[in-house]
Design a protein around this ligand. Structure first.
Ligand SMILES: Nc1ncnc2c1ncn2[C@@H]1O[C@H](COP(=O)(O)OP(=O)(O)OP(=O)(O)O)[C@@H](O)[C@H]1O
Ligand SMILES: [Mg+2]
Length: 354
């Protein structure tokens, strides 16, 4: 079959039939439009092309046989009257007719910006976490942007008030530096120190920011008899981003830190993304002298919104609905689909033509 013959046949097929043909032959074919799909099918290597041609011919034969069967026997196909379109039903039920119209760009951006000033009221779960820390270890597993830092700050205030030392750890030097600045402003520079691989400032301060690896090493030294004076008065250890415990390489650092954490200190684990916080709480309860209280919810105080920015500067909502909500299926916004396939046409198509 020549290229022109194959193109002729492929062009006569519907997009749906083309996708059917492309299944198993073209990677991510569902993202391609009709012309692009035909180009890609034509560019298949010769052995795949031969099988494609055979499939195309077979489906053509089947189609022809089916139309012959359906044709009224009294009228030969050559003079068959054009098939009458069914009368137009203005309210015919379309599969998407029950779904709401896709969100518009102004709707997507509505409410973004600096919020109006209002009185701060802690959420009940924040209050609960702070209260619980007086008697138990606590795991806070709530979505990102919910206000876990408030719990860390209030618990730190309570511990410092009782003249206990506080250690706050994060998995990243950059995050430790940010927290060092934030907490220095809040508690006064003289009360805050930092210990990371790169930095060591005010190391005898009552509130110390460090990477989790540094704390683990301090605890190792203490276990071998070199007790750091700061550990004697330790009242609270905050492990931020504690989902790292599941990290295949670094997770052991969090495990050892928890295991070696002095018994008199309370542990506060913060995370937005622990998959099994109940299991972690049960493990802590089994190895620590006090029970572990779990605070877990999935209500987002800050809705997640998704947008698509085309290199031309065009912007459209990523999905049909405004909020990216957990547990619901996502349907791409029609405008985003159009822009994305246009972009692909311009870039991939251009690359292939070279
Ligand atoms: N109860 C509250 N009411 C209103 N705003 C709050 C409340 N608690 C915290 N916030 C604000 O929410 C924002 C996000 O808080 P924070 O940085 O503590 O979130 P987070 O849970 O630590 O998120 P991440 O998982 O990204 O670390 C901050 O600007 C904070 O001031
Ligand atoms: Mg945080």
């Amino acid at each position: 079959m020549t290229d022109d013959e194959l193109i002729g046949i492929l062009e006569s097929l519907s997009l749906r039939q083309l996708h059917h043909l492309a299944r198993g032959r073209v990677h991510r074919h569902f993202r391609l439009g009709k012309h692009r799909l035909i180009d890609v099918l034509l560019a298949l290597p010769s052995e795949s092309r031969a099988i494609l041609e055979a499939d195309v011919l077979r489906s053509q034969t089947q189609l022809a046989a089916r139309s012959a069967l359906l044709a009224p026997s009294s009228s030969p196909s050559s003079i068959r009257a054009p098939k009458k379109r069914p009368p137009h039903k203005p309210h015919a039920k379309h599969p998407l007719s029950s779904t709401p119209p896709p969100v518009t760009v102004p709707q997507l951006l509505e409410g973004l910006g600096v919020p109006l000033t209002q009185t701060f009221h802690p959420d009940p779960w924040q209050q609960e976490a702070v209260t619980q820390l007086a008697t138990t270890d606590v795991i806070v597993s709530v979505p990102t942007g919910s206000g876990k830092t408030f719990v860390a700050i209030e618990a730190t205030k309570a511990a410092l008030k009782q003249e206990r030392t506080v250690i706050y750890t994060s998995p990243l030097k950059a995050l430790s530096n940010t927290k060092y600045m934030e907490f220095s402003q809040l508690f006064g520079a003289e009360n805050v120190g930092i210990l990371t691989g790169d930095r060591r400032d005010n190391a005898q301060a009552p509130l110390l920011i460090m990477t989790t690896e540094i704390l683990r090493n301090l605890l190792y030294d203490a276990a071998s008899g070199e007790v750091d004076v700061r550990l004697n008065t330790l009242g609270l250890v905050i492990l931020d981003e504690s989902q790292y415990i599941a990290d295949p390489e670094r997770g052991v650092v969090w495990e050892e830190t928890i295991i070696f954490c002095p018994t008199q200190a309370r542990l506060l684990l913060l995370s937005a993304s622990i998959g099994n916080p109940q299991d972690l709480a049960a493990w802590l309860t089994s190895i620590r002298p006090v029970p572990c209280h779990l605070i877990h919810h999935q209500n987002r105080s800050v809705p997640l919104r998704g947008g698509y920015l085309h290199p031309s500067g065009m912007f459209s909502p990523l999905f049909r609905t405004r909020d990216i909500t957990k547990g619901q299926g996502y349907t791409f916004h029609p405008e985003t689909k159009r822009l994305a396939s246009q972009y692909e046409e311009e870039t991939v198509g251009h690359r292939n033509r070279r």
